[in-house]
Design a protein around this ligand. Structure first.
Ligand SMILES: [Zn+2]
Length: 101
């Protein structure tokens, strides 16, 4: 399964748009971020500190940020736990990457 990043997807009642950006504004110290209400979008950086992000890194970043979107929708306190979010994002990315049909 290719490591595809969607352009948009739904979480609960909302549609999130996904932007791949080399030079993103805001959150300069991050490889990506999730902006829920009211914007509902995710940014995945294609470059960070002048280093190109690999497709694998971007796929991982996307799923990390998607987990934030899920937990935001659930209003779950684990949304603030970056370690939990990162591990769950890694599991999802790994599952999709290794799935056979
Ligand atoms: Zn995070």
């Amino acid at each position: 399964m290719p490591m595809e990043i969607p352009k948009k997807f739904n979480v609960g009642a909302h549609t999130y748009k996904v932007y791949l950006q080399a030079n993103a504004e805001g959150y300069r110290g991050a490889v990506g971020w999730c902006a829920p209400s009211p914007g509902y979008y995710i940014v995945v950086r294609t470059k960070f500190s002048n280093k190109k992000q690999t497709p694998e890194q971007m796929f991982q970043t996307f799923w990390h940020e998607a987990v934030h979107a899920f937990l935001f929708d659930m209003q779950h306190p684990l949304n603030k736990d970056e370690d939990f979010v990162d591990k769950l994002g890694t599991y999802i990315a790994e599952t999709i990457k290794t799935a056979e049909y």
